[in-house]
Design a protein around this ligand. Structure first.
Ligand code: HEC
Ligand code: HEC
Length: 341
């Protein structure tokens, strides 16, 4: 069961990584704001758990920097929202408020992204990332990209390849001072020196903002994970309705909508550009799933046990579930195993 939970974690990740969402604020950046206004009173600014309110209430608010590391996203979401908390791996006392009514799903994910950052980054946030956000968009995005992925509009013209600031594998290696020095003194031929343009606290704000561009991609780069994807856009056509989804002939042109195709292609591109290793890609027999897999990864192995459970007899469903668990439960490949369902 644990593996299934791990799989779902990665799935929700993929949904967060679709381009529309990437255009929003970086999740960890947004999560930090919510953390400061709602959590640090008890859990403390650094997440160590001895915030002023926890002391006054004489409660033991856990050290989030250690407990978060071992928890799955799903489990964390349960603990934070309070929804299904009883089913989480350990009992949580009532002194941890239930936040379900307070935050949207998107905000909860942002909080989780920030908790992940808090529990895995070696570097402190030394400046105000709010200032950093403004300055990054103003001075840096043309080269480093609006989202910090190193793909700004000037990169082709100048033939430069700035590092991807959203990749913790790359940024974690550089300490705060190294980042600040690059900004103040410039680097190489094209990274301009900002000494005289920006003061120290502005540079510190930029350094903190770069830290919060952190995205969990790095995890996938290590391989060995099972990634579950769901194609989620179909052109609904009056005549065919949702039957297109189950069309076994794969002849309908509308199987995967244009938007769905773009999403799949963009996910595939991101995997490629980040060098995320893929061992194999399995998909259900549905055309939509097969097409998504092919569009994204250029390969697909259709398997029966990924069939949608609603469409098959119960007994068969049980046997498929068992096969699925056998396949992913014992998974120990070097690259990632992708399932498209
Ligand atoms: C009123 C104080 C208080 C506030 C505010 C608070 N917490 Fe907690 N939190 C606690 C306490 C106490 C625990 C430990 C409960 C236990 O283990 O029984 C806890 C536990 C947790 C855990 C579980 C840690 C583990 O053991 O796995 C997470 C995650 C967490 N809090 C996240 C948050 C987030 C995110 C916020 C802000 C949205 C928040 N908390 C706000 C008091 C608080
Ligand atoms: C004209 C394009 C350009 C602009 C504008 C620019 N950079 Fe860079 N930056 C680069 C290039 C290219 C590199 C890689 C230099 C090298 O290592 O040769 C780089 C490197 C860096 C580095 C060193 C670590 C790394 O990522 O390789 C940091 C930190 C950095 N830039 C931050 C910023 C910040 C913050 C701003 C805005 C205040 C900014 N840059 C503006 C092109 C640019």
């Amino acid at each position: 069961m644990k593996i299934i939970i791990q799989t779902l974690v990665v799935m929700s990740l993929l949904i967060m990584m679709t381009p529309q969402v990437l255009a929003d604020l970086p999740p960890a950046f947004e999560g930090r704001k919510l953390y400061i206004s709602h959590c640090q009173l008890c859990h403390a600014a650094d997440g160590k758990g001895d915030g002023p309110l926890a002391k006054a209430m004489r409660i033991d608010a856990e050290d989030l920097t250690t407990v978060v590391r071992s928890g799955s996203d799903n489990n964390l979401i349960k603990i934070i929202t309070g929804k299904g908390r009883h089913a989480s791996t350990h009992r949580i006392s009532a002194s941890m408020p239930k936040w379900e009514e307070v935050f949207s799903e998107h905000q909860i994910k942002a909080l989780v992204a920030y908790l992940r950052f808090l529990s895995s980054s070696k570097h402190d946030l030394i400046g105000d990332p709010e200032i950093g956000l403004q300055l990054y968009q103003k001075y840096c995005a043309i080269c480093h990209g609006i989202e910090g992925d190193g793909k700004g509009i000037m990169t082709e013209l100048l033939r430069i390849k700035p590092i991807d600031h959203t990749n913790p594998h790359k940024t974690e290696k550089l300490d705060n001072k190294e980042l600040a020095t690059s900004i103040l003194d410039g680097r190489g031929k094209f990274m301009p020196a900002f000494r005289g343009v920006l003061n120290q606290s502005e540079v510190d704000g930029l350094v903190s903002y770069i830290r919060l561009l952190y995205q969990i991609w790095g995890k996938l780069e290590d391989g060995g994970l099972v990634i579950l994807m769901r194609p989620h856009t179909v052109d609904m056509n009056e005549e065919n309705g949702d039957s297109l989804l189950r069309d076994p002939s794969c002849k309908s042109k509308e199987n995967l909508s244009e938007k769905g195709k773009m999403n799949a292609a963009s996910i595939g591109e991101q995997f490629k550009s980040r060098g995320i290793p893929i061992e194999s890609v399995l998909a259900s027999q549905d055309c939509l799933a097969k097409e998504t897999a092919k569009t994204a990864f250029g390969q697909v192995e259709p398997v029966e046990f990924l069939s949608l459970m609603e469409t098959i007899p119960e007994q068969q469903a049980d046997s498929y579930t068992a096969q699925l668990e056998r396949r992913i439960g014992s998974y120990s490949g070097k690259g990632n195993l992708v399932l498209v369902k």
